[in-house]
Design a protein around this ligand. Structure first.
Ligand SMILES: Nc1ncnc2c1ncn2[C@@H]1O[C@H](COP(=O)(O)OP(=O)(O)OP(=O)(O)O)[C@@H](O)[C@H]1O
Length: 420
């Protein structure tokens, strides 16, 4: 089975910010004394898999989460949610010159960077002259890095990274630094590495670089994955987001599921290899009726069909329910439900016996994955709206039937722990 070189599942990274406005009275009182802290999701609900040898361009407006994603894949920082697995030796070019030690010479830094990248000292020694020549630093290689300009630092870091024989190369914007001639040299080198079968993950604001180097594009917006699909289609979505920003209108069109069943069935909020497809999604009540609004506590019968390659074994169907603020309030899968999907096609019905949810609009996510979760076949992220009505609550997502009453003080109550 094809294994993804980079497999990311429901990834989330939260950052702290100090400038948020308190939303509760308690928060307001506390904020007057010590400043209100709030956290936000720099990235959330990111799920994708990059097959070996693919080159993926990561695009998005400023602050979309591109660098955060690359850093996490490169092992810099820990995710707060989800998982990442990378198969193969990583060559990473994240922040320019990161990892360089100022007091060491260029020569010593080459060895330090090489060892960090997983090379043996003997392998580095064998590549040393090529690295220094690529960096064009022959004259300065024995000077401390502290004396280097930012361009020299970048050239050194780049030269090491592209000589580590990476199987996965992560590049964050560095092709945009340095003089034109060096930029072109870096670009050519990355193109050669790509041709040798390396998996590439490239962040760039330069669409022409992405067009020249990448097969697929991953589009992020405000920390969410808006699309992941073939180069041309996905870049078109990005370009419209850029145009909209320039025009001062909405940043990215609201998420919509493209209902087409054509060959390129990728669109906003839908991504996957397409080796299996989901279709004919229906929500019903227990009586089999369609509805506009389901009352809290009623049963939801979810039904959908799928089809795909006969050779796929034991695929997994996933169902998630998301609140308006993108919090996942529920997620389950066919493995947990002990339901085996028959191939090449079938229809699944899932009964959610009690939808004890607070009133509001939720969105249902559906996905089809390979048996080890490494491949995403078809993922419809927060696509299907689900309205819940009924008993109003003050806060939270859970909405069980409740009964309040006054009790007589003399009436025996629940024993407190330790009571005899
Ligand atoms: N260390 C950090 N602490 C707090 N917030 C952070 C930190 N790093 C990133 N962020 C925030 O997370 C969000 C995503 O940032 P990130 O740098 O990943 O975006 P980006 O798409 O790479 O942006 P750009 O194109 O401007 O480089 C932004 O709102 C950013 O301000």
């Amino acid at each position: 089975m094809r294994q993804g070189a980079i497999v990311v599942k429901d990834l989330g990274k939260r950052y702290d910010a100090r400038d948020g406005r308190p939303t509760t009275l308690k928060g307001f009182v506390l904020s007057r004394n010590r400043g209100h802290r709030h956290s936000f999701w720099g990235l959330r609900h990111i799920t994708f898999s990059v097959p070996r040898g693919r080159a993926v361009g990561v695009v998005g407006l400023n602050g979309a989460g591109k660098s955060t994603l690359l850093r996490l894949i490169g092992g810099v920082g820990k995710p707060d949610e989800g998982s990442i697995s990378v198969h193969g030796r990583i060559g990473a070019l994240l922040d320019i010159g990161v990892g360089l030690t100022d007091d060491l010479t260029g020569r010593e830094n080459v060895f330090v960077l090489g060892v960090i990248a997983g090379m043996l000292r003997s392998e580095i020694a064998a590549q040393f002259d090529a690295i220094v020549a690529f960096a064009e630093l022959e004259e300065f290689i024995d000077a401390p890095v502290r004396t280097y300009s930012s361009g020299m630092r970048m050239r050194l870091a780049f030269a090491v990274a592209v000589h580590t024989d990476p199987e996965v190369l992560l590049i964050d914007e560095v092709l945009a630094v340095g003089d034109k001639a060096f930029q072109q040299k870096c670009f050519n080198r990355v193109a050669d590495i790509r041709a040798s079968g390396c998996t590439i993950f490239l962040v760039s604001h330069d669409v022409s670089q992405i067009e020249d180097l990448c097969d697929d594009v991953l589009l992020l917006s405000n920390g969410r994955m808006v699309a992941y699909g073939p180069l041309r289609e996905t870049l078109a979505l990005y370009n419209s987001a850029v145009d909209a920003k320039i025009a001062g209108t909405e940043q990215v069109a609201p998420p919509q599921f493209r209902q087409d069943d054509g060959m390129l069935a990728f669109g906003v909020n839908r991504y996957g290899s397409g080796d299996m497809r989901l279709h004919s999604v229906e929500f019903r009540t227990e009586q089999g009726e369609s509805f506009d609004e389901l009352q809290a506590g009623q049963m939801l019968r979810l039904r959908f069909s799928y089809e795909g390659k006969e050779t796929i074994e034991n695929p997994i169907a996933l169902v998630g329910i998301y609140a308006d603020d993108d919090t996942c309030v529920f997620e389950t899968c066919s493995q947990l439900g002990e339901c085996t999907l028959t191939m090449p096609a079938g229809t699944i019905e899932i009964d959610l016996w009690r939808m004890d949810l607070a009133p509001g609009t939720y969105h249902v996510t559906l996905g089809l994955f390979s048996s080890d979760w490494s491949e995403v076949y078809d993922y419809h992220a927060e696509v299907y709206p689900l309205k819940i009505g009924g008993q109003i609550t003050l806060k939270g997502y859970l909405n069980p039937p409740t009964g309040w009453r006054m009790v007589d003080d003399a009436e025996p109550g629940l024993a407190a722990p330790g009571d005899s």
